[in-house]
Design a protein around this ligand. Structure first.
Ligand code: PMP
Length: 309
């Protein structure tokens, strides 16, 4: 088991910086009993010039707010105050390459009604390789992603992740590295904790929004494709289509861009190092460690060009 904290670790809990071992949450919270909380998965990087940068920090904290609102959870924080608190957490824990986990959770309430307040905790720990670097052997899961008519699927809600755990555990029990889940209509959706792209004849394809978490990495890749003149299409497709694909990858904050070796033992024919997907992987890895001024320059050119996303 990875170690996420020790006696020295500081967390941000409802406006205070306190020792992780002293932090308490209510055992009668709806979050613990019903999976009723929302969270983010954010990464910070040591940039090429040695600075600490939280990647896409505004996008992540804005999504946290949207997730809370989607679940009717009161939310009174600004993204900026939480970003400031996160930089402080990194500093106090002496972290640069970190995984950051804010969670908005509910007070004690065993009923199903809405609450008058929410709480927040921000934790950070040293980033460990998530899915690793090697190409993945993936299986199509027997579990579907949650029904968007049963859940607010665009929200990053804790309860949705029981589905993720089941799918990932099933894949690993069968000797695969990870699962690919379909949606309720049997179209390809996403991984338990990442979005999906495939490559065919130098073009990229990714599931359209609707049945997936709108990933910040996915959006970043769409931007990179525009900058790099790589054609990319968002559409619905069946898993059979993948058995004719050249290459495929998962993408997410934790996983970054990680290529497939195979899906259901179908080996992707293109050499990963010669794929367009690999070019995206390299561009993404470069982007995350660029200094903010450099990233800002990209943003400015983008605004100038009005590249559609
Ligand atoms: N789908 C799911 C189910 C996820 O948990 C994640 C990780 N947050 C993603 C996609 C990728 O999202 P992002 O790029 O914003 O990390």
């Amino acid at each position: 088991m990875a170690s996420y904290y020790n006696n020295e670790t500081i967390v941000y809990l409802n406006g205070e910086f306190i020792n992780a071992t002293e932090a308490k949450i209510d055992l009668y919270s709806q979050s613990l009993h019903y999976g009723y909380s929302v969270f983010e998965g954010i990464r910070s990087y040591k940039t090429v010039n040695g600075k600490t940068k939280i990647f896409k920090e505004v996008e992540h904290y804005d999504r946290l707010k949207r997730s809370a609102e989607a679940l009717n959870m009161p939310y009174h924080w600004t993204s900026q105050e939480l970003i400031d608190a996160t930089y402080e957490i990194l500093k106090r824990n002496n972290l640069q390459d970190a995984y950051i986990r804010p969670v908005v959770y509910a007070p004690a309430n065993m009923k199903f009604d809405t609450n008058e307040k929410s709480f927040i905790v921000i934790e950070a720990w040293l980033m460990q390789p998530f899915l690793g670097e090697k190409l993945l052997r993936v299986m199509t899961s027997s579990f579907q992603r949650p029904n968007p008519k049963g859940f607010k699927i665009h929200a990053k809600a804790a309860g949705h992740y029981v589905n993720s755990l089941l799918a990932s555990q099933e894949a690993k029990a069968q000797g695969f590295d990870e699962a690919l889940l379909l949606d309720i209509n049997d179209y390809v959706a996403e991984a338990p904790g990442a979005n999906f792209f495939y490559e065919k004849d130098g073009e990229l394809f990714t599931p359209a929004l609707g049945n997936i978490l709108p990933g910040i990495t996915r959006a970043t890749i769409l931007e990179l494709c525009a900058e790099m003149n790589i054609r990319v299409e968002e559409k619905l497709f069946a898993v059979e289509e993948l058995k004719k694909a050249d290459a495929a990858f998962f993408c997410g904050t934790g996983a970054e861009v990680i290529g497939f070796e195979s899906l259901d033992n179908y080996k992707f024919p293109l050499n990963w190092n010669e794929s367009v997907s690999r070019k995206i992987q390299i561009a993404y890895k470069k982007l995350v460690v660029e200094d903010c001024s450099e990233t800002q320059r990209h943003e400015d050119t983008k605004k100038h060009r009005e590249v559609p996303v």
